[in-house]
Design a protein around this ligand. Structure first.
Ligand code: 3UK
Length: 531
C-alpha cells in the first residue's frame, strides 16, 4: 500500500480510480507535496493587493497558522469558522486547520450579524478567523451569541492579529493522522428558503472534485493560471480558485473586491489567467460592457460558468465576441463541485452537458421511478465528493441524502444524445394548464431579445386561481413605451415557445433579487409583497 497521506490515481480506468492511504490528511497532497516535486519557488498565489506567495511560503504559513489555531481550538475535530475575504490568509486558515486536525468552515462574507450568530452557534466553533472589514458585523454577532463564545482572531491589524502571530509561530507541523473518510471541512448551503445547513465534507472530497472535474474536464495542468470571480467561501470558488490550482501545482489569482465587468477585465489583463470562472449574470454584464470597451482577453483558454444555467444566447454572444467557449456545468455545495458539464470538445449550448466521469445521475418522478428520456423529473446524483450529512439536522439529511444518492432539488431532463437540460428548481417549476413549464426556458427566450439584459419568470395565479407565467425584466436601456416593449416581448416569446408559455404580465425592474452567489431568488418575486 502507498505511504501515509498519499493518493494513488489509476488513470487507466474510466473514470480514474482513486486509492487513499489508510492515514490520509488532505493538506499533505494539496500543500506539502509541491516542495518535494520541485515547485518550492513557484508562485502559488498572486493577489490584486500585490501579494505573491510561493509554494514554499504557502507550506510554511499553513504550518504556522495551524499552530496558531491549535492554541485557540486544541481538540481534534474542533470547528474553525472563517469569515475571510479572498486573500492568502484564507489559504493559511483553511489548510492550517485541516492539517492540524481541525475543521474549517468558510462562511459567506456578505452576511449580517444575525446570520453569523446563527451559524456560529450551529457550528459550536472554538475559533473564528475574520478579515478586518467584517469586524463590526462579527462583533455584533458575538454580542448576540452570549455564552460559548469562540476565540476570535482578526487576520490583520493589532499585535494580536494572525499576521502578527504568524512570524512567531513554528513553521513545523505534523499532519494530524486523519483518514480519507474523516470529516474535513463544512460549507453552509443557503438553500432558497429556511435556515442555512452545514454540509459536512470529508478529506477525500476535494481530491475527487479536483481530479474528476479539474483534471478530467478542464484538463488543468501546472502551466495554468486560474481566476475565479466567484469567491472562495462558495464551493464553486473554493474549487476554482484554490483546490484545483493547488492540486495540479498551478497558480491562482485572488481579487478581494466585488466582481464587476471592470474589475474582472482589469484582473484578466494584468494577471493573464488561462482560466476564468464566472456566473451567468456576470457574463451578461461583461457582454454589455464589451459593447463599449475591448479588453485583452487573449490569455484565456477556457471560461467556465456555474451557479445558474447559462442561456445559449450568452454562450453564443461570448463566443462571437471573444472567440472563447464558456463551459456550463451544474454543481452544488452538497456535491462540492460540478457533476454535469460541457467540455471543450463536447458541448451543447443551452444544456448543462453530460455526466462528469465519476458521477452517476438519475431523473425520477414523484414515486421515485426513473422517467423516460426527454421527460423532466427530479435530478439525483451519486459520487465520491458528496457531503456525508448536514450537521445537526438528521431530518434534512435523511430527506436529501438517500442510500448514497443526493437529491439536487432541481428539475432536469436528458435528451437522447445524453445531454442534460435544466428546467428550474423543483419549487420554481410552474404548472400551466396542467403542463410543467420551465421558468428557465422562458427566461432564455426573453434574453434572446436585443432589449433585454436579464429576466426572471415566476408563476402567479390569475383572477381565476390559474397559475400563469409572469416576467420580471431588466432592460438594457429605458424603453420609449413600456406597453410597446411588453407587447414586443410577448410576441417574441409566442413565436419561439409552446403557446401556453408566454408571460402574461411584464414587470420592468432595475434589479432582480439575488443571492450573494448570483442566483436569482425567484421565491422573493413570487411572494405577495412584490409588485
Ligand atoms: C443551481 C445550476 C443550472 C442548481 C455550485 C458549481 O451553485 C453551486 O452550489 P449551490 O449550493 O447551488 C446549487 C444549485 O444551483 N445550479 C448551479 N449550477 C447550475 N443550475 N445550471 C447550472 N450550471 O439549482 C443547483 O442545485 O450554491 C456550482 C460548483 C459548486 C457549487 N457549489
Amino acid at each position: 500500500m502507498n505511504k501515509d497521506h498519499s493518493v494513488n490515481i489509476d488513470r487507466a480506468t474510466k473514470p480514474a480510480t482513486l486509492e487513499f492511504a489508510p492515514v490520509f490528511n488532505v493538506a499533505v497532497p494539496f500543500v506539502d507535496r509541491h516542495c518535494g516535486e520541485g515547485r518550492a519557488d513557484k508562485v502559488a498565489i498572486r493577489t490584486n493587493q500585490g501579494v505573491e506567495v510561493s509554494y514554499r511560503e504557502l507550506a510554511d504559513n499553513v504550518n504556522r497558522c495551524g499552530n496558531v489555531l491549535l492554541d485557540l481550538a486544541p481538540q481534534r475535530g474542533d470547528r474553525v469558522v472563517l469569515i475571510v475575504k479572498d486573500c492568502a490568509e484564507f489559504f493559511y486558515g483553511f489548510w492550517g486547520a485541516i492539517k492540524a486536525g481541525l475543521v474549517p468552515v468558510p462562511i459567506n462574507t456578505l452576511l449580517r450579524a444575525k446570520d453569523y450568530a446563527y451559524i456560529l452557534a450551529d457550528t459550536g466553533c472554538k475559533a473564528l478567523l475574520y478579515s478586518p472589514e467584517y469586524g463590526p458585523e462579527v462583533m455584533a454577532a458575538l454580542a448576540q451569541l452570549g455564552s460559548a463564545l469562540p476565540q476570535s482572531l482578526c487576520v490583520e491589524g493589532d499585535s494580536d492579529s494572525l499576521l502578527a502571530l504568524l512570524p512567531r509561530a513554528s513553521a513545523e507541523l505534523e499532519p494530524a493522522a486523519t483518514s480519507a473518510e474523516d470529516d474535513c471541512f463544512w460549507l453552509y448551503s443557503s438553500g432558497s428558503t429556511g435556515s442555512p445547513k452545514g454540509a459536512v465534507h470529508l478529506h477525500r472530497d476535494m481530491v475527487v472534485t479536483s481530479q474528476c472535474y479539474g483534471v478530467e474536464i478542464l484538463d488543468l495542468n501546472e502551466q495554468d493560471v486560474c481566476f475565479s470571480a466567484a469567491k472562495l467561501f462558495f464551493a464553486y470558488g473554493l474549487g476554482n480558485g484554490m483546490t484545483f490550482p493547488l492540486w495540479v501545482g498551478a497558480s491562482t489569482v485572488l481579487h478581494d473586491g466585488r466582481p464587476t465587468p471592470q474589475s474582472t477585465f482589469e484582473t484578466i489583463e494584468k494577471f493573464r489567467p488561462t482560466l476564468f470562472y464566472g456566473v451567468p449574470t456576470l457574463y451578461a454584464a461583461q457582454l454589455q460592457a464589451l459593447g463599449s470597451e475591448c479588453p485583452d482577453l487573449s490569455s484565456l483558454r477556457l471560461c467556465v460558468s456555474a451557479g445558474e444555467a447559462l442561456p445559449a444566447e450568452i454562450f453564443n454572444r461570448w463566443r462571437e465576441q471573444t472567440g472563447r467557449l464558456i463551459l456550463d456545468g451544474i454543481g452544488s455545495t452538497e456535491a462540492l463541485h460540478i457533476f454535469i458539464s460541457n467540455r471543450a470538445d463536447d458541448f451543447k449550448p443551452g444544456s448543462s452537458g453530460r455526466a462528469v466521469p465519476g458521477y452517476q445521475l438519475r431523473i425520477t418522478d414523484d414515486a421515485g421511478r426513473d422517467v423516460p428520456i426527454g421527460e423532466p423529473g427530479r435530478l439525483w446524483v451519486r459520487g465520491g465528493s458528496t457531503a456525508r450529512c448536514y450537521w445537526n439536522n438528521p431530518a434534512k439529511s435523511a430527506e436529501t441524502m438517500v442510500a448514497g444518492w443526493l437529491d439536487t432539488g432541481d428539475t432536469y431532463f436528458q435528451d437522447s444524445a445524453g445531454y442534460y437540460y435544466y428546467c428550474g428548481r423543483n419549487d420554481d417549476m410552474i404548472k400551466v394548464g396542467g403542463i410543467w413549464c420551465s421558468p428557465f426556458e422562458i427566461e432564455a427566450k426573453l434574453i434572446e431579445h436585443d432589449a433585454v439584459l436579464e429576466a426572471a419568470v415566476v408563476g402567479r395565479a390569475d383572477g381565476d386561481g390559474l397559475v400563469k407565467p409572469e416576467a420580471y425584466v431588466i432592460l438594457k436601456s429605458l424603453p420609449e413605451s413600456a406597453a410597446g416593449i411588453a407587447e414586443e416581448l410577448r410576441t417574441h416569446c409566442k413565436e419561439g415557445l409552446a403557446p401556453y408559455k408566454y408571460p402574461r404580465k411584464f414587470h420592468f425592474v432595475s434589479e432582480l433579487p439575488k443571492t450573494a452567489t448570483g442566483k436569482i431568488q425567484r421565491y422573493k418575486l413570487r411572494s405577495p409583497s412584490q409588485p
